[in-house]
Every structure is written in structure tokens, then in C-alpha cells.
Design a protein around this ligand. Structure first.
Ligand code: SF4
Length: 546
């Protein structure tokens, strides 16, 4: 082991130029509910019953929202079921397993061959869909969506699936990802008479289908998908068919599974953002939907075609392996657990340090920490315990105490940490504020040294492909050196996994998956975006030291 890549902190004094003061507060806004035409749509608002907080400042507010520890936010999860007598309930279970991909709203649309009914609400899947609600969603086909808003405002207005009665018939759609060429498409559609009902980029796809001059619906869908750029893993449903498609770069995962029919019944086909959704349904993973592929399931079986006009380089999101996806999922042809453990091992090889204990920042740091401990030979233990029952908001004490928000969610195990040199493993540092609180917490519990290790490279650029990232001026690594960040978070040393180490970890040992280091998007670590369009304002760095 060597520690050549770690940065020791010479002292623990607070930096002169504080990035926390530079971080702008994030605004979130809600609009009133709206329905779409031509379908049976019901809207539920489960957030109204939640506790609200009082007397908090901007930093505390940041701690209270759905993202537990200064993390990038998951984008969305999609699910589809074809050919099951209780398709809505199957979709519900799938969404339940995909809840980590978005906790702001969820929806299910079900089709019984004649009608499409959709129900959407703000809140968690389990809060929105009770037995009574699921009973209102009859049919053998269903699609579902769980969402954290990435474009459009974060309102019920933009909850999905979006259902639209169009000249091509009734279409319901659920989308994971972000489109990046909205301006031209939207203006052209509006000139052609399109009236947008939401501010979500997903509606662009539906409008393009409705305005396509192709003869068949499947041609119209392929035509519309070939006109948009960016990230999309989508599931669509008409009254009698299910469609699933992935953008030509393959940014977001989307897999297909099958449940064998019993007693001569036909098989059920399922699609999900992650394969962990299949396990609850006893569905067997069949394959990934390929980048640029449009899959259709109908009474004639499963058919597939390519919609991309040309071959584009693959750019699957490597951060899915680092943080978003569950370790029990297989995405981009590879188990997340395998990648994440290898990240920890590689991190230990690149930036080992003498210590007594490897401690993960739970939950997402656990698998990498296991890999780090195995490679380094340093014992692993759960020195930080996460409270899984903290909701999105909680009532603050009248006299606010230091770092209260983080301490509500994480608590140190003093008996493990006292007198120990601790290596903390986490998967990212975004603004740095939470990392500093965790380092302080571990030190206050008696650790003699706290070394922070991050299982990916520094995040220096925002994402435009379905991940809600702060703008560049708010990303601590975009504006400060590793040594400065180390000093800011008050660690004894700080090291990140190298880019080569990360791509190696996500490809090692599985040539059969077809993934190479070049198959991944790494733009948030490099600033090299796989698509031409980016918002230039957002990628301009702050003036350091200003
Ligand atoms: S920019 Fe980062 S988070 Fe976004 S798709 Fe690329 S690797 Fe994933």
C-alpha cells in the first residue's frame, strides 16, 4: 500500500476562504395539481400529512430534505409490466424496490385493453398506493414511475406517468433521464400547434409522437426518439401495448425480465430501471434494453428495432455504479456490488494509510468500505449508525444545536471509535458541509485520527443527464484543491479514487458485459460531456478566492 495520493492536513484550523459561504441555497417550489386530458387521472398529496420544521436556517434546511447527506440526487425509476392479471400491484412492488431512485412523487398507469387509468401523488410509493388505491387501477398492463424532479418544477404537475390522448391514440409515458436539446424541439412543436400541459421534458417525446407524420405508432415512436438528444430510459403504454427504449448513449439503465406463466398462462414481461425490482416479483432477468433500441410487447410477443439513425459512442453513467444503483442490482451488464467493492479495494491500493479501523459512511459507503478493509487488512466496523426512520423533515429543537441535522441521521459508536485511527469511506463530497460534520462527529467520539477516503474522483462538473447536481460554483471540488478540501472538512488526510481506478473498478473481470472504460460517462469528474449541448452558464467555475 502507498499513501502517495492522499493529502495530509497539516492542521485543523478552518480555512480562510470558506466554501460553505459560497454555496447558494437551493430553491424548491411546488405548484398545484393538474391533470391531463383524455385519461382517468387521480392525484394524491401524501406530503400534506408530514411534520414540518420550524426555525431553521439554510444549511439546516439542506439537511432536512430527502437527500440524506449532501449527496447528488437520484433521478428517477421506471417500471413496466405486461400480461399480468394484477399488473398495477406488480408495478407497485417494483416501484417499492426502486424507491431509492426518487422520493418526491410516484405514479402508476394501468390499461385494461379499453381504458388507461393513472394515479399519481406526492410522497413515497407506500404512502400513495394503498390497497384501495391499487384497486382503482385494473388491467393486465401497467407502467410506473418514482421521481425526484430534475427538469421542470418539482410539482405534482410533473409527476409521471404522463398520459395523453393524441392523434395517435392514448399514450402513457414514464421517463428516467434528461433531454438536452429541448429548446429547438419545443419551439418547433409549438409552431406546429402543440400545447404543453407540463414543464417536464418528458412531454416533448409525447408531443413529437403526436406530431410525427409516420404511418404506424411504432414508427412514430421511433421517429420521435430519433429527434431528441440526452438521457432517456423510458417505458410507454398504449391501451394494448408496452414499449421500452433507451437513448443511443445508454446513459441510464433499463432491464427486461420475465415471469414464467403457470398452468399454461402466457409469460409476463417486466421492465425496470434496476434488476432489484425483479426480485420481489420473482422475475428472471433476461437482458438489458440496448442503447438506441425500442422494444415492443404486444399480444404478438416481443419485438425490437433500433431507432437511432447512427451509432453513437456509449456513455453509461458511471455514478450509477458509485452511488445511485443498489448493490443488489445488475446494471450495464454488471453487478453494482462487484464494482463498488472493487472501488474500495482500488482506493486502498492507491491511497492506503496506517489506521486501526475502516468505517463506512452508511449506507452507500458500506460496500466500498468492505473492499477497502479486505484489501488493506484493516478491520471493518460500523462505527456510524444511521437512523433509517428519519423522514424527510423533522421538528428542530427550539435551541438549535450544532450539526443537529446530521446527528439526527447518524450517530457514532463511541466504544468502537475511541482511541482509534479511523479511515472513513464515503462515495462523494459535493459541497463538503456534511463531510465536515461527520469528521467532527467521529473525532468527538474519541477517534485520534480521521482519514477520509472517497470512492470516486472529485466531482468538478454538473450533470445534464438526469442527476440533480449543484452548479459548478457550488461543487467544492470544482473550486478548491484536495488539500483545501481536506482542511475544510477537518480531516487528517483526504484521498479520492483516481479516474483510471474508477473505470477499472467498473469493468474489471467482466469482459462479457462488453463494457470498457470508454463505455462510461465520467463528465462530472472530467467536464468532458458526451453530448454537444450543455448549459455554459452552469459549467463556468466560480472565481476562486472572490
Ligand atoms: S455527468 Fe456524472 S452523474 Fe451525469 S451521467 Fe455522466 S457520470 Fe453520470
Amino acid at each position: 500500500m502507498s499513501d502517495r495520493n492522499s493529502v495530509p492536513c497539516p492542521n485543523l484550523t478552518k480555512r480562510h476562504s470558506d466554501p460553505e459561504q459560497r454555496a447558494g441555497s437551493e430553491s424548491r417550489y411546488f405548484a398545484s395539481a393538474a391533470t391531463t386530458d383524455g385519461t382517468n387521472t387521480e392525484i394524491l398529496d401524501c406530503k400534506q400529512s408530514r411534520m414540518t420544521s420550524v426555525g431553521v436556517d439554510a444549511e439546516e434546511c439542506e439537511e432536512q430534505d430527502a437527500t440524506p447527506f449532501d449527496k447528488l440526487r437520484e433521478e428517477c425509476g421506471v417500471m413496466a409490466v405486461y400480461g399480468h392479471p394484477d399488473a398495477a400491484r406488480m408495478t407497485y412492488w417494483g416501484l417499492y424496490a426502486l424507491q431509492h431512485r426518487g422520493q418526491e412523487s410516484a405514479g402508476i398507469a394501468a390499461a385494461d385493453g379499453t381504458d388507461v387509468t393513472d394515479i399519481k401523488g406526492m410522497g413515497l410509493v407506500s404512502e400513495i398506493f394503498t390497497d384501495d388505491v391499487l384497486a382503482k387501477l385494473p388491467g393486465t398492463m401497467a407502467i410506473g414511475h418514482t421521481r425526484y424532479s430534475t427538469t421542470g418544477d418539482s410539482a405534482l404537475l410533473n409527476a409521471q406517468p404522463i398520459s395523453v390522448e393524441s392523434t395517435k391514440g392514448l399514450i402513457a409515458i414514464a421517463h428516467n433521464g434528461n433531454l438536452v436539446n429541448l429548446g429547438n424541439s419545443k419551439q418547433r412543436l409549438e409552431r406546429d400547434g402543440a400545447v404543453f400541459q407540463t414543464t417536464s421534458d418528458t412531454e416533448i417525446i409525447v408531443q413529437l409522437i403526436a406530431h410525427s407524420r409516420c404511418n404506424t405508432l411504432v414508427d412514430c415512436i421511433a421517429d420521435s426518439l430519433s429527434q431528441v438528444d440526452g438521457a432517456f430510459s423510458i417505458v410507454m403504454m398504449t391501451r394494448n401495448r408496452i414499449f421500452a427504449a433507451r437513448d443511443p448513449h445508454g446513459f441510464r439503465p433499463l432491464s427486461m425480465g420475465r415471469i414464467a406463466g403457470s398452468g399454461g398462462a402466457p409469460d409476463t414481461f417486466v421492465f425496470a430501471s434496476e434488476t432489484c425490482a425483479f426480485d420481489l416479483l420473482h422475475a428472471k432477468y433476461e437482458r438489458d434494453v440496448e442503447p438506441g433500441e425500442l422494444v415492443m410487447v404486444s399480444e404478438d410477443g416481443v419485438t425490437s428495432r433500433r431507432f437511432a439513425r447512427e451509432t453513437v459512442p456509449p456513455a453509461s453513467c458511471i455514478f450509477e455504479h458509485v452511488y445511485f444503483a443498489r448493490p443488489d442490482s445488475r446494471i450495464f451488464g454488471r453487478w453494482v456490488q462487484q464494482s463498488r467493492e472493487e472501488m474500495g479495494r482500488q482506493l486502498a491500493r492507491e491511497s492506503g494509510v496506517a489506521a486501526d479501523l475502516v468505517v463506512p459512511v452508511p449506507d452507500s459507503g458500506v460496500t466500498a468500505a468492505l473492499g477497502y478493509a479486505a484489501e488493506s487488512g484493516i478491520p471493518f466496523n460500523l462505527g456510524l449508525i444511521r437512523n433509517h426512520y428519519v423522514g424527510r423533515t423533522f421538528i428542530q429543537p427550539e435551541q438549535r444545536t450544532r450539526d443537529f441535522g446530521v446527528r439526527m441521521k447518524l450517530n457514532p459508536v463511541r466504544s468502537l471509535l475511541e482511541g482509534k485511527r479511523v479511515i472513513l469511506i464515503d462515495d462523494s463530497i459535493i459541497r463538503g458541509t456534511t463531510s465536515r460534520k461527520i469528521v467532527r462527529m467521529v473525532r468527538a467520539a474519541g477517534a485520534t485520527e480521521v482519514h477520509m477516503r472517497i470512492s470516486c474522483p472529485p466531482t468538478i462538473s454538473p450533470c445534464f443527464y438526469g442527476v440533480d447536481t449543484p452548479s459548478k460554483k457550488d461543487l467544492i471540488a470544482a473550486n478548491y484543491s484536495v488539500a483545501e478540501i481536506c482542511k475544510y472538512i477537518e480531516a487528517d488526510s483526504l484521498a479520492y479514487l483516481s479516474l483510471v481506478g474508477l473505470t477499472h473498478s467498473c469493468t474489471k473481470g467482466e469482459p462479457a458485459s462488453g463494457m470498457s472504460p470508454a463505455s462510461y460517462c465520467t463528465a462530472c469528474y472530467t467536464g468532458n460531456y458526451p453530448t454537444a449541448w450543455v448549459d455554459v452558464e452552469d459549467i463556468l467555475p466560480a472565481t476562486v478566492g472572490a
